[in-house]
Design a protein around this ligand. Structure first.
Ligand SMILES: [Zn+2]
Length: 312
């Protein structure tokens, strides 16, 4: 009787343990599900709280410090790339920030750049660039955390925070724009690291509550299709695509300077007829946590497709 009771007790414990450790509970969540929209939103709110973040300003420097602290907290090593450039209002001190997440293949493997500009356009003290500058920087910081926390990937990723995307003058006229990306690409050209850069994914204006990505005509068609395929499979099809048009942005520096495939993930319809863009209406209340999350998940869902196609 006593022995039987013991046996039953042992079986009961074994059964309980078995239930607690079902295979379902052991498998980690899919990578895209680990993107934390709250963390991304906090990064966005922190940038808006700084105020205007024009190149060469105190606000830009505070933003860089925020970026460097977040990257360091994620276990990455931020690198500052400082330079001075002539602009229509005289020389400005610029600085990009980047961090590399080395993949499983070490120093020989392909590098994918994921980029966002963090500067805001020179539009006076009321312009805080929640969407234009803030949103993509917030998503990129959370992407860096998620990817640095997960298993190493088959390619090396460079998280690149660009200064000086915005034209200093009101209108966009070369070379008064893309100061940071042009400089970064110039440094990469004809170097062994530069030869390993195989892809650039640019994020810009990804926070709009009504998020519908524009199909940019300067983006590489095949990269666009891979994002579309992965996005639709992941239930994000409603964000792809609103309209088709050519967009001039930091990705042009990479396609022209390094002759590599690129994509600009941008929603260039911010408010009716894009009316919030480059106005003081570009504020936190026009953005949503859900849109930051959709963008982050879209990138994470597409990584395996991009690695299979461009990672060797
Ligand atoms: Zn802008």
């Amino acid at each position: 009787m006593h022995r039987l009771f013991c046996l039953l007790a042992v079986l009961a414990v074994a059964c309980t343990n078995g239930e607690a450790q079902s295979p379902k509970d052991e498998s980690p969540p899919a990578l895209d599900r680990t993107f934390d929209a709250k963390r991304a939103w906090d990064h966005l709110a922190a940038q808006v709280a700084i105020g205007p973040r024009e190149s060469g300003s105190e606000g830009a420097e505070k933003t860089r410090k925020h970026i460097e602290e977040a990257l360091t907290a994620a276990g990455l090593r931020p690198v500052r790339e400082s330079f001075q450039s002539q602009t229509p209002i005289g020389p400005i001190d610029f600085a990009n920030v980047y961090a590399d997440l080395v993949g499983t293949g070490g120093d020989e493997q392909a590098i994918f750049v994921i980029a966002s500009h963090f500067d805001t356009k020179r539009l006076g003290p009321d312009f805080v660039g929640a969407n234009d500058g803030g949103s993509s920087t917030a998503v990129l910081l959370e992407l860096a955390r998620v990817m640095a926390t997960a298993d190493r990937r088959p390619v090396t990723y460079r998280f690149l925070f660009l200064d000086g995307e915005e034209a200093v003058n009101h209108s966009w006229r070369d070379p008064d724009n893309r100061y940071g990306s042009r400089h970064h690409v110039e440094q990469l050209k004809n170097t062994s690291v530069g030869q390993r850069v195989k892809l650039c994914v640019l994020l810009d204006m990804v926070g709009d509550k009504d998020l519908k990505f524009t199909q940019d005509e300067y983006s590489t068609t095949e990269v666009v299709r891979l994002f579309e395929k992965a996005g639709k499979a992941g239930g994000l099809g409603k964000h792809l695509w609103a309209k088709r048009m050519p967009i001039l942005d930091d990705h042009i520096s990479f396609s022209e300077g390094l002759s590599i495939p690129v994509i600009d993930l941008i929603d260039f319809e911010y408010g009716p007829r894009n009316k919030y863009w480059h106005t003081k209406e570009d504020s936190l209340d026009k953005c949503s946590k859900e849109s930051l999350e959709a963008t982050g998940r879209l990138v994470l869902l597409t990584l395996p497709e991009l690695e299979a196609r461009y990672g060797r």
